[in-house]
Design a binder for this molecule. Structure first.
Ligand SMILES: [Zn+2]
Ligand SMILES: [Zn+2]
Length: 233
């Protein structure tokens, strides 16, 4: 019995060591934008990314000295927020699309490494925006959860996957006004909600999703919510 156990252990150990090497050989990393080998995002393509200014409101885009204007702080009930880049410029759409629809989970790490969390968030917990069950089953993973996990690793914070979503019509097909309506009541919490939350998503569009998630989180006991997204539409 003892011998069997040892053998089993070795097998896993070898698999653990060899698989990453084999995987790189079988499926070499490629730049998601230009196809260059050995990287998920090459230097040339990275330079084409347009970074979000910290002198503009993350939600309404007004120019100012804060990342979220007073009006949007009130409207979205968030304390602050960060985004790394603009969605429609350069290779960003490609990056997001490859993570979401082509199973390139490694990109979650690339994205998380770019998001610069604000200072003084020591007691905050990262909470990913959820996918609904149907989408989750189709995709097999929630891209925002993966980004949150990598952010947690980078920043030494914890994650808590405490939001759930019911199936609704895809937001993409709807106008801004209808997006909010479509999401009403779609989110619920499970388990205890952290007092201080960093809500993580891949892309921020109209902010309807964020607004609805914050509403639910606050109702369940969250006191402060900060938003961290990879890209701003
Ligand atoms: Zn490239
Ligand atoms: Zn604003």
């Amino acid at each position: 019995m003892k011998f069997e156990g040892k053998k089993q252990e070795n097998k896993y150990y070898l698999g653990y060591k060899i698989w990453p090497l084999l995987k790189d050989f079988l499926y070499p990393k490629r730049c998601v934008s230009c196809g260059k080998i050995d990287t998920f995002l090459c230097e040339k393509c990275e330079k084409e990314i347009i970074l979000v200014s910290d002198k503009k409101c993350l939600f309404c885009g007004r120019i100012m000295d804060k990342r979220v204007c007073d009006k949007c702080r009130k409207e979205f009930r968030v304390k602050n927020g960060v985004a790394y880049c603009y969605y429609r410029e350069g290779p960003v759409k490609n990056i997001v699309w490859n993570l979401k629809f082509r199973g390139k989970k490694e990109l979650a790490q690339v994205m998380a490494e770019k998001i610069k969390l604000l200072p003084n968030l020591e007691n905050f917990v990262l909470v990913p925006v959820p996918l609904d069950k149907k989408r989750f089953r189709e995709r097999g993973y929630n891209q925002s959860f993966l980004i949150a996990k990598h952010l947690a690793f980078e920043s030494n914070l914890k994650t808590k996957d405490c939001l759930r979503k019911e199936s609704r019509k895809p937001q993409m097909d709807l106008k801004k006004k209808d997006r909010q309506k479509n999401l009403e009541g779609a989110y619920t919490v499970i388990g205890e909600v952290p007092k201080k939350v960093i809500l993580v998503d891949d892309v921020l569009t109209t902010g309807s999703t964020i607004k609805e998630c914050v509403k639910v989180l606050k109702k369940a006991g969250a006191r402060e919510v900060v938003v961290a997204v990879f890209a701003r539409d």
